[in-house]
Ligand binder design. Structure first.
Ligand code: GLY
Length: 463
């Protein structure tokens, strides 16, 4: 038995913490989900959800939201809706209706009004100012008008193994009146089946709605795959497919949770999200796209230090070895350097493949050579989630020089975490996230009249 909640973006933490308290007290995933999303909708500084959300091109806040119950498959949604204080609550109410489950525009507002849901103007002074500023920028510069569309997607699992999912967003900033994203669309923006698991998306709705990847992720988890593996198989091939046909997918992020509490994420952009399970505190993670994990960054830095040590030993700054090592350092970080295509290399005055260039640089320096081989092997094992191979490489590493020895010793000390991280595309999330926030606070939160004002400032910074 496990309870859990996951929400997209850092703002989800505002809702997850009180909602998890409900779940811990025996509350249902149905209620906890609405508690969590309502808290995010009510917070005026989150500028892509609920009150304080950024307006459309006409200066009006239009919201999309959805709710789905994984026990009954009942779902409700609103789209392009105005003046509804808590879109998620209305979406949940619609999920109980025998028909008319997805209402748009005035139909949604009328329903909310007749059912006694609070109506209010969702435009805050702050969001209005931002809109006016953007409008002036757009008039004077040739800018992409569309940004700021960070949907809160939330999933919940209660102690009775019931699962729910919800989304809420004000959609793209400066979108056209009536524009609807993926968030109210089942299968694309969200999907849940309590016997399997749940997935939800955030990012550019116009891309996310090109495939029902939330549904596909749940289906794949149903075949026995972990949440991370299901997302990996559902999401990345589709991103690759769009890229191949020249559609250049914009921001794309998903979270998924299985009924047994296993969770994962997939993203093509730096992505923060919040997770809470059982008695643990809510954790904020930062995920990096492209599987670029901190462990490999650590080894990359060690290899660079050894490269610099090697450079210091070279007297002739015009030699081929020097020219191969000094300006071409980025090539040494590639997981799979090109061994086929030759490019003319200035300074070396020859056409060489990346691999040939690397060989010129490392061959005279046995320690650097070994450090490079270690880096490449571990990078490959990490990228391919080969946990056993990774474990062997770290355990059987033979000393090849100080910086790399220290880096490997660090990996050995944290072996369990490193092996866990190799199964997902996560960064060292909580630590990195907290460190960054502490730095931001140090810079900006100084000399406030009271604690409340300081917290307001913090939320402005991190929303
Ligand atoms: N994913 C939210 C939207 O595009 O509106």
């Amino acid at each position: 038995m496990t309870i859990a909640m996951i929400g997209t973006w850092r703002m989800a933490e505002t809702g997850i913490t009180p909602a998890m308290a409900e779940l811990r007290a025996g509350g249902s995933a149905r209620d906890a989900l609405v508690t969590a999303i309502k808290a995010v909708e009510d917070y005026p500084y989150y500028q892509s959800v609920g009150y304080g959300g950024l307006p459309n091109a006409a200066g009006v806040v239009e919201t999309d939201a959805a709710y789905m119950d994984g026990d009954t498959f009942r779902l409700g949604a609103i789209a392009g809706a105005r003046d509804i204080a808590n879109p998620i609550a209305v979406a949940q109410a619609l999920s109980q209706e025998p028909a008319n489950n997805l209402l748009v525009g005035t139909g949604a507002t009328e329903y909310a009004s007749t059912r006694g849901f609070e109506l209010k103007n969702m435009l805050t002074e702050r969001a209005g100012q931002k809109w006016e500023q953007k409008r002036q920028e757009l008039a004077s510069k040739n800018l992409n008008p569309y940004d700021g569309h960070d949907t809160v997607g939330m999933v919940a699992l209660d102690a009775q193994s019931r699962m729910t999912v919800g989304t809420s967003t004000s959609g793209l900033f400066m979108k056209r009146t009536g524009r609807v994203g993926d968030s109210p669309l089942p299968g694309a923006g969200y999907y849940v089946d309590s016997t399997i698991g749940v997935a939800t998306a955030t990012g550019m709705g116009e891309d996310l709605m090109k495939a029902s990847l939330s549904y596909e992720t749940v289906r794949l988890m149903g075949t026995g795959l972990s949440a991370s593996e299901a997302l990996r198989q559902a999401v990345y091939p589709f991103i690759d497919r769009l890229t191949k046909i020249g559609q250049h997918p914009r921001e794309f992020s998903y979270v998924a949770l299985r009924q047994d509490g296993d969770w994962g994420i997939a993203t093509n952009v730096e992505f923060t999200f919040a997770v809470a399970q059982d008695d643990g505190a809510t954790q904020i993670y930062i995920a990096q796209p492209n599987g670029d994990q901190p462990d490999i960054q650590l080894l990359g830095r060690a290899m660079d230090q050894m490269r610099v040590q090697a450079l210091r030993q070279i007297k002739d700054k015009h030699s081929q070895v020097y020219k191969a090592l000094k300006p071409n350092w980025k090539i040494y970080h590639k997981a799979d350097p090109d061994a086929k295509t030759k490019h003319y290399r200035f300074g070396i005055n020859e056409s060489l493949t990346d691999q040939e260039l690397i060989d010129i640089g490392i061959t005279p320096f046995p320690n650097l050579h070994n450090a490079y081989e270690t880096y490449i092997d571990i990078h490959d094992a990490l990228l391919n989630s080969q946990t056993e191979r990774l474990s062997n490489l770290i355990k059987t590493y033979r000393s090849c020089g100080e910086p790399m020895d220290i880096a490997i010793a660090t990996l050995r000390k944290n072996l369990k975490g490193v092996l866990n991280a190799s199964q997902t595309r996560l960064s060292n999330g909580p630590l990195e996230g907290i460190n960054r926030k502490i730095k931001a606070l140090k810079r900006s939160c100084y000399g406030f009249a009271n604690q409340e004002r300081m917290f307001e400032r913090i939320y402005q910074l991190i929303a």
